[in-house]
Design a protein around this ligand. Sequence first.
Ligand code: BGC
Length: 520
Amino acid sequence: MIISIVLLSIIILRVTPTSGNVLWEFPESFKFGVSTAAYQIEGAWNISDKGENIWDRLTHTRPSVIWDESNADKTCDSYHNYERDVEMLVELGVDFYRFSISWSRLLPTGFSNQISKQGLAYYDDLIDELIHFNITPLVTLYHWDLPQTLQDLGGWTNPLIVKYFEDYARVVFENYGDQVKNWITINEIPQICVDGYAKGINAPQVSANGIGDYLCAHHALLAHAKVWHLYNDEYRHSQGGRVGIVIYTEWVEPESTSKEDIEIAERGMQFLIGWQAHAIFSSEGDYPKVLKDAVLNRSLDQGYASSRLPTFTEKEIDYVKGSSDFLGLNYYNSIMLWNTKNKFVELKFIVPSREDDLGYDSYFNENWTKTISPDFTVFADGLKYVLKWVKKEYNNIEVIITENGYPSYPGLGDLERINYINQHLIAVWDAMINNDCNVTGYSVWSLMDNFEWISGYGICFGLYEVDFKSEARIRTARASALVYEEIIRSRTIKPNYFRNVSQVESKTSTLIILLNMEYI
Ligand code: BGC
C-alpha cells in the first residue's frame, strides 16, 4: 500500500503544475459544484404526460445527424435515478448542484394551461433530496429543450416567446421558489441561436445564417430580462432569491502584441461575449457599438433595407440593462482570429453570416493542448483573461463559472481531466487573488457522462462514468471525481491529494486503474 501511495503521489505531482510547497487555497465563501442539463440526463422522454421537445423531434426524425445515431430517450435515466445522482453529489461534497428543468416535462403543451403533476413531483423530489443533504440547487430554466409546440410557432424567432417564457417561469417560481434561491434563465445564447437557428446544426436545425441567430438572440435577451423583472417585482421580496443568466464565452487571444491584432481580438470579444452580455451588464446597455455598426454596414452593402441585427427601443435598453444578479460563465477553450493581412489568402464566408460580419475566421493556436474532440483545446490562462476582461468591461459583476469541463473517451483513469480541472481552478484562483475578480463559484461539466447533443455518447464529460449498456445505468467514480472531492474538502489545489491510508483504501478500485495506467 505504501508503494501505491508513493506511485500515486508521483502521478499527481506530474499532472499538477506546482512547485515547492505552493498551494492554491480558496476562501470558505467560494462554492464548488457540478452541472447537468435535463435533456442530457433525464431520459423518460415520454413518461407520464411529458410533451415532445425539439431534441426529441430531431433525434427521432433525423437520427443520422447525431454521430452515433443515438438519442436521449433513456440516457442516464436520472428521472428514475435521481437519488443515486444526489448520492454522488454527497460523495463529491459539492456545495451546489446546477441542473435544468425540462419545460415540456412541466408544461406538456408548452403553455401554462396544463401543468404536469408528475413533472411537478419529479423536480419537487429532486429539490427535497438536495436540500435534505444541504446541497444548494442552482436551477436553469432553459437548457436548449424547447417544447416542440412552441417551435411549431417559430420558437425563439417568434417575439411571443418572451411571454411564453415568462408564463413558464411563473409556474416554476410559484412551485419551487420557496426552496430554490438561485436561478438561471437561459443557458448559452450562441449555442441555441447560432447552432439552432443559423447553421442548422442543433435542434431545431433552422438554417438562416446572419438573420436567425440575431433574431433568436434578441428574443432570448428580452425573455431573460422579462423573467428577471418578473422575479424582481413579484417574488424577490417573499422568496429572497436571485436570478442570473449563463453566457458562453471563449477568450480571443490576439495573434501578436501589435495594436492591430489586439484590436481584432477585442472586436472578437465584443462579437462573442459582448453580443450576449453588453445589453445586460454594461453601464450603457444595448448591443456593443462595434457589432451594431458592422452588421448595419454589411447589411446595407448586401442590399438589405435595414440591419439584420434587430434594434432595441430606448425602453427595452433600459429594461434589459441591469437585469441579472450575477453572471454565469461557461468556459471551455480559447480561439484566435486569423488576421489575413500579409498572408495572401482571401477568406470566403457564407454571406450573410456572423463570421462575415465579424470579418475574421477563428482557429486554435497549435501550441494549445488538443483533446479527442476537434471542437475543444486546452488553454487555461484564457479563463483568467476572460475573467479580467469581464471585470473591466462589466464593473466587476459577480461571476460564477457555471461550466468548465474536459472531453474524453470512456475509462476511469482520466488524468487529463484532473489536469484540466487543476489548471482552470488555478486560473480562477489567480484571477480572484491576484486580480481582484469577483468570482464566487466554480462548477464542473459534468457530474456524469451524458447525451452530448449531436456527438451522442461518443464523448464523455463525466466525473462519473455511466455504463449506458446496463439497464440501471450504473455510475462509477472516475479518478477525477476522487480528486475533485479532495479539492472541495480541502478547498485547496495541491500536489498530493491522497494523504492517508484510509482514504486510499476506500478508493481502491479506481486507484488500481490509475496505477495500471500507461502514465507510470
Ligand atoms: C453545454 C452543455 C454541453 C457542453 C459540452 C456546453 O456548451 O451547455 O450542454 O454538454 O457544452 O459540449
